[in-house]
Every structure is written in structure tokens, then in C-alpha cells.
Design a protein around this ligand. Structure first.
Ligand SMILES: Nc1ncnc2c1ncn2[C@@H]1O[C@H](COP(=O)(O)OP(=O)(O)OP(=O)(O)O)[C@@H](O)[C@H]1O
Ligand SMILES: [Mg+2]
Length: 271
């Protein structure tokens, strides 16, 4: 049976809310459950996926813009059952891709359509052009925020920008670094109420609540995914629940009923 990759971003308004840790550990969980997973590091200014995994891939996606570099040369397998598409070292890097580069990247990724169950896109924070682009192109967006008021305000700002400028309406929400479940639900409710009041048409679903947990920082220092190092920790159990929820998201379909892979629709839109 032909499969369709689910393509989703892990994104946020405010920086440092835990996107990359969540993306890496979700990739681990989904791969551990038998899925074929690739994690695209789309934070071109501050690429961190390779750092969190303690690897130094020889090539990054910028090599794809050069002749004779194949996708296979850039895809980097990890010890955790998923592959990564690295964004590069961060030195002398631009934070925004040029329009031609965005299209070239999506085109270069096309062969993955038959080989993946999940493509996870770890974006930069904020509402820069490249962040908006990936969020618009993906089937789903996992919006990460934490209990700080600034994080809530910036999450709302990102939802608003995507809705107003690009007509994006569906968001999955993950509240990270919570004291407890109740706090996570309260934060989600605040974002939900603000969107309900001021952004008609936007739908938000609570996908996960991740506790503040010291194992996260510990695992960052060891450059290993916390889910792999400390599988029984609170944070790891929360990631496992989040992964189960992600597994229930429906595959995107076009109005005609055809299954849609994210860049196909985007390339058509840009022609
Ligand atoms: N659940 C958690 N419990 C404790 N600390 C956490 C948790 N999640 C993230 N952190 C801490 O927050 C730091 C930032 O996390 P991470 O790099 O994943 O955020 P980010 O949103 O990707 O940041 P950026 O916007 O810079 O890309 C981590 O180094 C870790 O120390
Ligand atoms: Mg990050």
C-alpha cells in the first residue's frame, strides 16, 4: 500500500521554549514505534539538531543547492532510528532562505515522499519569512509554548500572522516546561480564548503537556535525547503521549481526495 508522509513543523513564537528538544525526542519516539522518520533542521541561523544529537554530519542542506550533491549524501542516519537533514554549522549562515532556495529544497526533498512516514520540520522561532513558509507548507503545525506570558503573547502573534497573511487555520499545541497538567491546560485555555475571541476560523487542539524536568537539561549536556537516556522520566512519558497523539492526526487530503504531500501543493501554488 502506498504511504503518505505526514509533514509537520515544530514551531514557536518565542525562542528557547523547547522546540528542538521536542522535535528530536518526538522523532525518537515515532521511529521507535516503527515509523520511517526524518527530521529536517529548518533553523538555518541557529541549527541545533546535530548538536543535541552529538553528531557532526559532513554535509547540510545548503549542499543540495550545489550541483552533484544528492539527497542521499545529505541525509544523515542517527543511532536512534531516524535520519536528519542538517542545516549546517550556523557560521556565516543566513537565517532566511531565498525564494529560489526554498523551492529548490522542496524539490530536492521530493524523493522522500515514498520513503517516509513522518517528516518533522524543526523551525526557528518567530515569524520570519522562512518560518512562515514552512508552517504554511506543512500539513500540521505543532506550536510549542511555555508558561511565560511572553511565550503566550508570541504564540498568539505567530498564529495571527499565519492566519491573517497566509490563511493557516489549524494548529496543534504543546505546552512545555509546565509545573503540572493543570498549569498546561490553563496556558492552553488562555491561548484558545484569545484566538476564539479575535481570530475567527482558527482551530487549536491541545496535543501535549510536557513537564519541567531536570533530565532535559541533563540530556542536552550529554548530547543525547532525554527519551533515550531517561525513558522512565516524566518528560519522556509526556513525549510518548504526545507521539501517540501525533499518530492519530489524519493524513491531509486534497479536495479531490488525492493524498497531498506538502511541497507538491506549494510548488503548484508558486507556479
Ligand atoms: N521540559 C523541559 N524541562 C526542562 N528544561 C527544558 C525543557 N524543555 C526545554 N528545556 C530547556 O530549554 C532549553 C532550550 O530548549 P530548545 O533548544 O529545545 O528550545 P528551542 O525552542 O528549540 O530554542 P530556539 O528557539 O533557540 O531554537 C534546553 O536546553 C533545555 O535546557
Ligand atoms: Mg531550536
Amino acid at each position: 500500500m502506498a504511504t503518505t508522509p505526514r509533514v509537520f513543523t515544530v514551531t514557536s513564537g518565542k525562542g528557547g521554549v523547547g522546540k528542538t528538544n521536542i522535535a528530536v525526542n518526538l522523532a525518537c519516539q515515532l521511529a521507535g514505534a516503527g515509523n520511517r522518520v526524518c527530521l529536517l533542521d529548518a533553523d538555518f541561523g541557529l541549527a541545533n539538531v546535530d548538536v543535541l544529537l552529538g553528531v557532526t554530519p559532513p554535509k547540510d542542506i545548503f549542499h543540495l543547492f550545489q550541483a552533484r550533491t544528492r539527497l542521499e549524501d545529505v541525509l544523515y542516519p542517527t543511532a536512534y532510528g531516524f535520519s536528519i537533514l542538517p542545516a549546517g554549522s550556523g557560521f556565516n549562515r543566513v537565517t532566511e532562505l531565498k525564494t529560489t532556495e526554498r523551492l529548490e529544497l522542496l524539490h530536492a526533498l521530493e524523493p522522500l515522499a515514498d520513503r517516509l512516514d513522518y517528516l518533522i520540520v524543526d523551525t526557528a522561532a518567530g515569524a520570519g519569512e522562512t518560518v512562515l513558509y514552512f508552517n504554511m507548507a506543512a500539513q500540521e503545525r505543532l506550536l510549542v509554548l511555555c508558561p511565560e506570558p511572553t511565550s503566550l503573547a508570541d504564540a498568539y502573534a505567530l498564529v495571527k500572522t499565519l492566519k491573517v497573511t497566509h490563511g493557516v487555520e489549524r494548529f496543534r499545541v504543546c505546552v512545555n516546561m509546565c509545573q503540572n497538567e493543570r498549569q498546561g491546560k490553563q496556558i492552553f485555555a488562555r491561548l484558545y480564548d484569545a484566538c476564539d475571541q479575535f481570530l475567527s476560523g482558527v482551530s487549536l487542539d491541545l496535543a501535549g503537556i510536557i513537564p519541567q524536568d531536570s533530565v532535559v537539561r541533563d540530556a542536552v549536556m550529554k548530547q543525547r535525547p532525554f527519551g533515550s537516556l531517561y525513558p522512565k522520566s516524566e518528560a519522556s512519558r509526556a513525549i510518548a503521549r504526545l507521539a501517540q497523539n501525533v499518530g492519530k492526526w489524519p493524513a491531509a487530503r486534497k479536495a479531490g481526495g488525492n493524498i497531498q504531500f506538502f511541497w507538491k501543493s506549494l510548488l503548484m501554488r508558486n507556479q
